[in-house]
Design a protein around this ligand. Structure first.
Ligand SMILES: Cc1ncc(COP(=O)(O)O)c(C=O)c1O
Length: 392
């Protein structure tokens, strides 16, 4: 019997049921479903959250990334740098455009792109001639996608400093990090608003989740933002005129209306996730080395906004036994992600690596339940069960 589920969306919906269903009814009464005023309002709200930029509401986080890469004209002969320790779509979008995903390993503390390894990749595995950065095989490096994995921003100052000499745009994968802050050297910045581009996913289980698929792409440059707006609707601008070939990446009014209703709750939900994470941290503080806690490099400066704990992910050398024990005890867990992307069959042709940190993470990570509606008693039960396993 399930005692503590890994996630329970119904608990979030119940108290908001009436509010949300009224919004849904209002959109149905209007019978205007594609783009429109609700989508524009959501775009404005997300720009405020990011601090600056130009937002384009789209059909998913994946499509947001695809749109940005299309706006940059990325295609065959190009390479885009990212890490192999992420959800598939980050690398999948690069490959779908005919470009090469160039993997660089993660920092084992944060699970994010390592600025040092990125620098090493550029200096030892690429050439830079006539202002063009190329991989050894001749692919032109066009952009870098750091992933703010599990709700923690990457070390963006360092990453941007490494990219600057090559004028490479940095595209933040902020799919898991909406509302997370980053203490840059010039002040506090917000996930999605740090690089030249950023994108969010509103997949239902994200900190801000839609009732289906939805996403948002952000550009600093309004000219590129305009291009993204055209590309999300078949590259059409004005009506029935197509300067570029785009796609149907439009966000619909129902999702935008629901997201707008949920948005005011986001900060409170993320803070509750952080409180739960602190509870786990206290309980697991003495369980090293069997349990390695997630890194919180910015929390001293930023408090709970330094990590929004989309996931609470520990490392354990006994990960699989621990997971089995928790499952038998009725506690849900997940593995994000069990296979480093360089090991995926579809990327076998890339022949990169080695990526020892990504592969070690794939063997050791385990995510515990962390959602705002989780009760203190449930958190205690998870912690007691983990402790009992290690004391066996
Ligand atoms: C890190 C990361 N990137 C991209 C995506 C893609 O977002 P979506 O599922 O909305 O297409 C996700 C969503 O799961 C994600 O976690």
């Amino acid at each position: 019997m399930t005692k503590v589920p890994f996630f329970d969306l119904k608990k979030q919906f119940l108290p908001l049921r009436e509010e949300i269903l009224n919004e849904v009814a209002a959109v149905c009464d209007e019978q205007a479903f594609i783009l429109g005023a609700k989508v524009e309002k959501l775009e404005e709200a997300i720009v405020s959250l990011c601090g600056e930029g130009y937002a384009v509401g789209v059909s998913s986080g994946t499509d947001a990334e695809l749109l940005i890469l299309m706006a940059l004209g990325i295609g065959p002969g190009d390479a885009v740098v990212t890490t192999p320790f992420t959800f598939f779509s980050t690398a999948g979008c690069i490959a779908r455009l005919g470009a090469k995903p160039a993997f660089v390993d993660i920092d084992p503390e944060t699970f994010c792109l390592s600025p040092k390894k990125l620098e090493l990749f550029f200096s030892t595995e690429c050439t830079f001639e006539e202002n063009v950065l190329r991989t050894r095989e001749g692919f032109r490096v066009k952009a870098v996608i750091p992933i703010h994995l599990f709700g923690l921003c990457c070390h963006m100052d360092e990453i941007q400093a490494v990219c600057a000499p090559y004028a490479l745009p940095v595209i933040e994968d902020a799919a898991q990090a909406i509302g997370a802050d980053y203490p840059s050297s010039v002040g506090i910045k917000h996930a999605g608003g740090i690089g030249e581009f950023g994108y969010f996913s509103f997949y239902p289980t994200k900190n801000l989740g839609a009732f289906g698929d939805a996403g948002m792409a952000i550009a600093k440059d309004s000219r590129l933002g305009d291009r993204m707006k055209a590309l999300r609707n078949h590259g059409m601008k004005p009506k029935y005129c197509h300067e570029f070939v785009g796609g149907n990446f439009r966000l619909d009014a129902l999702q935008a209306a629901i997201l707008l209703k949920k948005l005011p709750y986001l900060a409170g939900w993320s803070k509750r996730r952080w409180t739960i994470a602190q509870h786990y941290r206290e309980r697991f503080a003495n369980l090293a080395p069997e349990i390695r806690l997630p890194d919180e490099p910015y929390v001293e400066q930023l408090g709970h906004r330094g990590h929004i704990y989309h996931q609470f992910v520990v490392r354990s050398t006994k990960r699989d036994e621990l997971r089995d024990y928790l499952r038998e005890s009725g506690i849900g867990t997940e593995i994000f992600y069990p296979v480093s992307l360089n090991r995926q069959k579809c990327f076998a042709y890339l022949h990169g690596g080695p990526f020892p940190e990504s592969e070690a993470a794939a063997r050791q990570v385990l995510a515990f339940p962390v959602f705002p509606e989780l009760t203190d008693n449930e958190v205690e039960l998870v912690a007691d069960t983990v402790t009992a396993f290690l004391k066996k």
